[in-house]
Design a protein around this ligand. Structure first.
Ligand code: KIV
Length: 270
C-alpha cells in the first residue's frame, strides 16, 4: 500500500540548515507538473510569478495578477503531497504597505491552500514581512536580482558586486531575518557573497545563480527541463523535455494524418 510521505514544514527548513542538508526547490504552475516534482522528492514547490514569462506569454513578471497567482497556486497546492508549497505575491500586491500585503497574503492562503508566500525586497519590505509573520503566515524572502524591479535594476544583472553592494545585501538579509522570514531566495549574487550571507543568517538561503554555498537551490522548471531553446547561464538543463514533447506531438500529427491512429487497440468496437 502506498504511504503518503510526511509533509515538509517550516521547522524542517530550519532543521535542514542545522544539519547541513541541502534543500531542493522548483517552480510549478499547475497540478500535472506539481505532482511529478513532488513525487521526485523536491522539497519546496514555488508558484513563481515567473509564470508571467514561462506560461502566460509576458515579457516580464510585472503584469501577473493576484487572481492569476491564486488559480495557479491552488492547482499546485492540491497536487503536492509532501512538498512545502510557496506562492509569490505578484508585483503591485504588497508594496503599498503592511495592510495591502496582509490582505493579499490572507487571500492567497485562504483561497489556494499554499503554506507560505514569497515577496521580493529587503529592508523596504521588512514591515510587510513582520505583518504577515505576526498574522501566522510564513514568508520566504527574495534578495539579489528581484525580477519585479527589473526596470530599476536595468534588467537581469548580478547584484551584490563590490563591497558596498555586498554590505547592503547582507543588511537586507539580516533585516528579513529580524522580520521573521523562514527562508530566503538569493538570485544572481556572486557565489562568495551568497556564501557569506548564508553563513550569517540563521534561516536557509535558496540560491538561483548564487553558487554552491547556499543552503538550497531553486530553478525555474522550464529551464531545468529544457523546454525552450533558451535557458539562462546559471540554469543547467537536466533534460530536453521540450524536444521530447515536440517529437510526441509530431508523431501524433503524422499518425492522425496517415490514418494509423486511432487503431483497433485505441477504439471501442462495441
Ligand atoms: O518567480 C520565480 O520563479 C522566482 C524564482 C526565480 C526564485 O522567484
Amino acid at each position: 500500500m502506498a504511504t503518503t510521505p510526511p509533509r515538509v514544514r517550516v521547522h524542517h527548513l530550519a532543521q535542514a540548515k542545522e544539519r547541513g542538508e541541502r534543500l531542493t526547490m522548483l517552480t510549478a504552475y499547475d497540478a500535472v507538473t506539481a505532482a511529478i516534482f513532488d513525487a521526485a522528492g523536491v522539497d519546496l514547490l514555488l508558484i513563481g510569478d515567473s509564470i508571467g514569462n514561462t506560461m502566460l506569454g509576458h515579457g516580464t513578471t510585472l503584469p501577473v495578477t493576484l487572481d492569476e497567482m491564486v488559480v495557479a497556486a491552488r492547482s499546485v497546492a492540491r497536487a503536492a503531497r509532501r512538498a512545502f508549497v510557496v506562492a509569490d505575491l505578484p508585483f503591485g500586491s504588497y508594496e503599498a504597505g503592511p495592510q495591502q500585503a496582509l490582505a493579499s497574503a490572507v487571500r492567497m492562503m485562504k483561497e489556494s491552500g499554499v503554506s507560505a508566500v514569497k515577496i521580493e525586497g529587503g529592508r523596504r519590505v521588512a514591515t510587510q514581512v513582520r505583518a504577515l509573520t505576526d498574522a501566522g503566515i510564513p514568508v520566504v524572502g527574495h534578495l539579489g536580482y528581484t525580477p519585479q524591479s527589473e526596470h530599476l535594476l536595468g534588467g537581469p544583472r548580478v547584484q551584490g558586486r563590490g563591497d558596498e553592494a555586498a554590505m547592503r545585501l547582507q543588511d537586507d538579509a539580516l533585516a528579513l531575518v529580524d522580520a521573521g522570514v523562514v527562508a530566503m531566495v538569493l538570485e544572481m549574487v556572486p557565489a562568495p557573497i551568497a556564501a557569506k550571507v548564508t553563513a550569517t543568517v540563521r534561516v536557509p538561503t535558496i540560491g538561483i545563480g548564487a553558487g554552491a554555498g547556499c543552503d538550497g537551490q531553486v530553478l525555474v522548471w522550464v529551464d531545468m527541463a529544457g523546454m525552450t531553446d533558451w535557458s539562462p547561464r546559471f540554469a543547467k538543463r537536466f533534460g530536453e523535455v521540450g524536444a521530447a514533447l515536440r517529437s510526441a506531438a509530431e508523431a501524433y500529427v503524422e499518425e492522425v494524418r496517415a490514418g494509423t491512429f486511432p487503431d483497433a487497440a485505441h477504439s471501442f468496437e462495441s
